[in-house]
Design a protein. Structure first.
Length: 365
């Protein structure tokens, strides 16, 4: 029986070895094409802009559709991740990227950055969202990844304010499902005496904590990654953090997926010194204010309805320079260059007291 098993496996393993060789040859061929793209861009003065968000979004969509058409056994997300890494490595041959994110290492912001850019770039953790913006604006980083809203906790106010204040553009978005785990060096919950966590994670796991760790002291810290670091140094403690922090600090999981909302997710913006061209499936983000008169808000929104432009988000926020004045953050389906969107924005510009287009970008897959 063992000899028959060995014979059958041997044939399959030989076939896999041959396929691996073909894959490597094709990867090398693709990488050389990427190098040629870099040379062509250099001849035309575009060597500093190797990353094109719209092009990568189109490639990933096409690959996902092709995987479905071919009936491939791999899940769509797995196929996307594989090709994301291939594109990331090839892009690094043109020009290695630097990506700033809200640190420290092990945060969900880092996970979002790697999900969007792959693992080839140099990732630069920053102490605050403000420093992410500064890193990109000062050319210390090529791109930045910042959280903009959570499905449970709502908008991230500091990001909205900085988008209004800075000249940077939104060129991409990332949707990241947030799974919180209870991490510790201890092997059972009864052995821990304190809990470290970011305040937002405490809120997102409130019901689970009340049902399972009601009497455990909760210590708010600056980030989930910091909570994991402290738990790694304190064997009688635990932390709420994600998979990346667990791996980074070598912590075990006392409980998994303890978030109260199983659909909990965070949306991140990719910010840059340049915009993105149309990809075919895009969003446009903007911020505006209404003049102080009756019906002004209706006047701002009416052009979208008349031109058939879908508005997917409307968020009001106090204006930073006016008492009891508000600005409105709006997300539209479509690119600013699409005819209906362009027409609606032109009319909005005539009616709004203030208007800033934050960027058009490929919608997250």
């Amino acid at each position: 029986m063992n000899s028959i098993l060995h014979t059958e496996l041997s044939g399959l393993r030989t076939e896999i070895d041959g396929i691996d060789r073909q894959m490597l040859e094709l990867l090398s061929r693709r990488a050389r094409c990427a190098q040629e793209v870099g040379k062509i861009k250099s001849r035309y003065g575009e060597a500093g802009f190797p990353y094109r968000p719209e092009r990568e979004a189109q490639v990933l969509r096409r690959i996902a559709e092709l995987n479905t058409a071919l009936g491939g056994p791999l899940q769509e997300d797995a196929v996307r991740q594989i090709f994301r890494e291939v594109m990331s490595a090839c892009l690094a041959l043109e020009l290695p990227l630097k990506v700033a994110y809200l640190g420290p290492a092990g945060t969900f912001s880092e996970s979002a950055s790697r999900r969007h850019f792959g693992s080839a770039p140099t990732f630069l953790p920053q102490a605050s969202i403000d420093e992410v913006f500064r890193a990109v604006e000062s050319h210390h980083a090529d791109y930045g990844v910042v959280p903009v809203e959570n499905s449970s906790e709502g908008a991230v106010g500091s990001t909205l304010d900085l988008l209004l204040a800075h000249p940077l553009q939104v060129c991409g978005e990332v949707q990241l499902r947030i799974h919180h785990h209870l991490l510790s060096r201890a092997t059972e919950i009864g052995a821990v005496h304190r809990l470290y966590s970011h305040a937002q994670s405490l809120a997102q796991c409130h019901e689970w904590l009340n049902g399972n760790l009601a009497r455990l002291p909760r210590v708010p810290v600056a980030s989930n990654a910091e909570a994991a670091r402290m738990a790694a140094e304190d064997p009688q403690s635990c932390a709420i953090a994600g998979e990346a922090a667990a791996e980074l600090y070598g912590l075990g999981k006392l409980a998994t997926n303890i978030e109260d909302n199983p659909g909990n997710s965070t949306r991140f913006f990719v910010i840059a010194r340049h915009g993105a061209s149309p990809s075919g499936q895009d969003k446009t983000s903007l911020v505006c204010s209404a003049p102080n008169r009756p019906g002004a808000m209706f006047g701002l929104l009416e052009p979208f309805a008349r031109h058939g432009v879908d508005m997917s988000r409307l968020q009001s926020r106090p204006a930073p320079d006016g008492m009891w004045e508000y600005v409105f953050y709006i997300d539209l389906i479509g690119h600013r260059d699409d005819v209906p969107v362009a027409a609606a924005l032109a009319e909005l510009g005539e009616r709004a007291a203030f208007l800033k287009i934050l960027g058009s970008y490929p919608a997250a897959g």
